[in-house]
Ligand binder design. Structure first.
Ligand code: NAI
Ligand SMILES: O=C(O)C1=NCCCC1
Length: 303
């Protein structure tokens, strides 16, 4: 077996949001058009660490892309990232494994790119006030991704560790806030990217008509969003099947799913305008598979 290893540095060198955002838009569209082979991910709990191993395969015949991501989430990690991943890329004619690629950078970037796509379709405010709850890897990548699509009137960041919020705010040229309520006041776009298993965003703090990218809380007994907010917002998801199995935000609130964001992109569903709107992101294998194919193509051009 002759498998090419692709490091995180090599992925970082070639992957851009300029390429990734339209690619994720196309991946979400194809997923909701049922053109993708993808089960809901298998999750192996590692209870001693309150973490898990996720197994995420997908295949796109149209793109001749076949791969599987193995991703771990250990929320209490301090010296290493809380999320680590590898992607195995297979030859679609023979099934022979061809690449073993870093999946952490791809996960970091593709997740933010998906939120940027959802924001483009579901938020109509020209120069929004942005609030970010959380100050980790996804907080930074979400700011970077959305900044490629829009300017912000102002940006406020809250984190349970104020020093981390201050540090990221200084890095990005934003304002750090001492409470989530202060951060989201009058915000047009809110991004929740915490590892909290209890709500960090309450309905009464959110301006009517605001748009929320809810990215954390990927287990059925974890939630980031106040159930009252889940039940008052127009709810979009990346995958109905994944949301109904994995999303505590949806399950615990018994919230009604209006549409997959891919159904909006493909024109199967109209956007409901003028109402508080929430996109619940869980992460789809096809996002990783298409990202890995792009990285492989970009790397081949540099050889
Ligand atoms: N939807 C998707 O496709 C993906 C979702 N995620 C999720 O996004 C979230 C953020 O991921 P990363 O930024 O990579 O993690 P990270 O570990 O880099 O950052 C986590 C952030 O959450 C905060 N936090 C942790 N526990 C908290 C609590 N109990 N209350 C309030 N804040 C708390 C931390 O202080 C930190 O600011 C995680 O829940 C992760 O599982 C991650 C990758 C993909
Ligand atoms: O899609 C992913 O990759 C992940 N989603 C939820 C948190 C773990 C990684």
């Amino acid at each position: 077996m002759n498998v090419k290893l692709v490091s995180a540095a090599e992925v970082k060198n070639v992957l851009t949001f300029k390429d990734l955002i339209p690619l994720m838009e196309n991946a979400l569209k194809k997923f909701s058009e049922k053109k993708i082979e993808q089960p809901v991910r298998t999750v192996i709990p590692v209870r001693e660490s309150n973490g898990f191993l996720g197994i995420m395969p997908a295949y796109s015949s149209q793109d001749q892309a076949l791969a599987a991501k193995l991703v771990t989430f250990f929320p209490h990690n301090t010296d290493v990232p809380t999320h680590n991943a590898v992607i195995v890329v297979f030859n679609t004619s023979t099934g022979v494994p061809e690449m073993l690629m870093d999946g952490e950078v791809i996960t970091t970037m593709r997740t933010a790119a998906v939120s940027a796509v959802a924001t483009k379709h579901l938020c109509s405010v020209e120069e929004p006030r942005l609030a970010i709850l959380g100050s980790g890897v996804q907080a930074r990548s979400h700011y970077q991704a959305l900044s490629t699509l829009m300017k912000f009137k102002d940006v406020r960041i809250w984190s349970r560790t104020s020093a981390n919020a201050e540090s990221l705010s200084k890095e990005l040229g934003c304002t750090s806030c001492n409470s989530a309520e202060e951060a989201v006041k009058d915000a047009d776009v809110i991004i929740t990217v915490t590892s909290s298993s209890k709500p960090v965003l309450m309905k009464e703090w959110v301006k009517p008509g605001a748009y929320i990218n809810a990215v954390g809380a990927c287990r059925p007994d974890w939630h980031e969003i106040d159930p009252a907010l889940m039940n008052s917002a127009v709810l979009y998801v990346d995958s109905r099947n994944a949301a109904l199995k994995e999303s505590g935000d949806v399950i615990l609130a018994k919230a009604e799913i209006y549409a997959e964001v891919g159904e909006v992109i493909s024109g199967q569903k109209e956007v409901v305008k003028g109402k508080t709107t929430l996109f619940k992101s869980l992460g789809l294998a096809i996002e990783d598979v298409m990202s890995a194919k792009l990285v492989a193509e970009l790397l081949s051009k540099t050889e």
